[in-house]
Ligand binder design. Structure first.
Ligand code: FE2
Length: 456
């Protein structure tokens, strides 16, 4: 193995970019729907030039933005989130406690109550302007005392934003709620046996669901870049917390597994709680986690040995205390998304991205008939998270809208903002905005319509 071998997470389509640029007037293939007037923002890790990168998850947050307006692609720009971590400050204070105002802000970018927040699960959110300048860390006027997950959930009816924070010191897990106006109005500690890597959670119209899974905090693994590891002995459980009784969680034991990303959850007419997610079985969880490490020799074994997640469903019955688990599909996928108007409600469609067997695609699952359709990207291009953007039609169908995804050539040389018709995912793209650079495959993002930006 050559001494210059780079970890996979800084090569090819994952390779960081070295600078910030602004380009106006982007070429478009096809026709951008004029209703798509807003910004697509996407976050991901991007180490500084020359900076060692111990782990894919550790790079500094960089937000890539594409401005669409009335059928035109007005600009692309990219900005590092100007965090104190970017300035070289440590997260850990001398006394060993965590300074939540220091974090890499590299995982997601969301809007709530007029604020755009760049998120990473180890720190406070960082506020950004619509032009991607950093305002700074935000602790909700001092009310937030834990980190904030990068996967908060907005209830589409109440407008409240539910989230949690986890840490390796007590309290290990805390539930939080923002009002629709953006005030932190509820914080409640959740009892769990220990600190785990809890990346996502779910809501229904009346519950919050927590995934207490056996990816436990293991300080001795810090040298590998992330102090977590698989520990099947921890067990695995899903917690159901009524939203009107914050902190009161009923736990259901499940088969050991790991989940980065939830699909959705809802309460069915019989009162059962139904959760689906992209689930790694035990062997896949181990392979996936080891594959994310820093050892280039290990990574050279790469994709074939990397564990895969598949859509899975748990049905939790509070009346009987039983759990039913069902595999929903055999296609390996990640980054499940759905119509935000269906969060916490029974939803027919999930979208996700796939990259298996050397071919990548954007996938649509139809729960009503158990079918899967796929936009095949071939062998040279990979898809980023596909965000569903609803059409503005009144009484629209659940899938009446578009999917937006930044695609990147595997060699990292070029990217597009791909716009698919969500009712015809496998069909010819509606439009593709040709971006002025290869955008590294990253994590999560949001479409922020101009109308949403103005609303508070
Ligand atoms: Fe995530």
């Amino acid at each position: 193995m050559s001494g210059t071998t780079q970890p996979l997470h800084v090569t090819g389509h994952l390779a960081p970019v070295a600078d910030e640029i602004d380009v106006v007037g982007l070429p478009v293939e096809g026709a951008l729907p004029p209703e798509l007037t807003g910004r697509y923002l996407r976050n991901g890790p991007n180490p500084l030039p020359g900076e060692p990168s111990p782990h894919w998850f550790a790079g500094h947050g960089m937000v890539h933005g594409v401005r669409l307006r009335e059928g035109r692609a007005e600009w692309y720009r990219n900005r590092w989130v100007r965090t104190r971590a970017l300035a070289g400050e440590p997260m850990l204070r001398a006394d060993g406690t965590v300074d939540h105002a220091v974090g890499v802000a590299n995982t997601h970018v969301v809007r709530h109550a007029g604020r755009i927040m760049a998120l990473v699960e180890s720190s406070f959110p960082h506020l950004l302007t619509p032009e991607l300048d950093t305002v700074g860390p935000w602790d909700f006027d001092g009310r937030l005392t834990t980190a904030m997950t990068a996967h908060p959930k907005t209830d589409p009816v109440t407008g409240e934003l539910h989230f949690f924070g986890y840490g390796f010191r007590r309290p290990f897990l805390t539930y939080h709620r923002l009002s629709a106006d953006g005030d932190l109005v509820v914080s409640a500690e959740i009892e769990v046996p220990g600190p785990t890597l809890m990346h996502d959670f779910a809501i229904t119209d009346r519950h919050a669901l927590f995934l207490d899974l056996p990816m436990t905090f293991q300080l001795e693994r810090l040298a590998e870049g992330m102090p977590f590891g698989w520990d099947e002995g921890y067990g695995a459980r899903i917690g159901v917390m009524p939203l009107d009784r914050p902190g009161a969680v009923r736990w259901f034991e499940v088969e050991p597994n790991y989940v980065f990303h939830v699909g959705n959850a809802h309460t069915d007419p019989a009162g059962r709680v139904v959760l689906d997610a992209a689930r790694y079985g035990a062997a896949d969880a181990v392979a996936m986690w080891d594959g994310l490490g820093t050892d280039p020799a290990g990574l050279a074994a790469d994709a074939a040995a990397t564990g895969s997640a598949r859509l899975h469903r748990w049905v939790l019955d509070p009346a009987t205390g039983t759990v039913t688990e069902t595999a929903l599909d055999d296609r390996a996928v990640e980054f499940p998304t759905l119509d935000d108007a269906r969060v916490g409600r029974d939803a027919r469609y999930r979208y996700a991205v796939a990259d298996e067997g050397g071919r990548a695609g954007i996938v649509k699952f139809d729960a009503a008939n158990g079918t899967r359709t796929e936009h095949d990207l071939g062998s040279e291009v990979v898809a980023g998270e596909a965000v569903f953007v609803p059409s503005g039609a009144p009484e629209r169908a659940e899938d009446d809208g578009w999917l937006m995804s930044i695609t990147t050539r595997r060699d990292g040389t070029a990217s597009q903002l791909l716009v698919l018709d969500a009712t015809d995912v496998a069909g010819t793209p509606v439009a593709a905005v040709l971006l002025p650079r290869g955008v590294p495959s990253g994590f999560h993002g949001s479409w922020i319509a101009d109308g949403d930006l103005a609303a508070r």
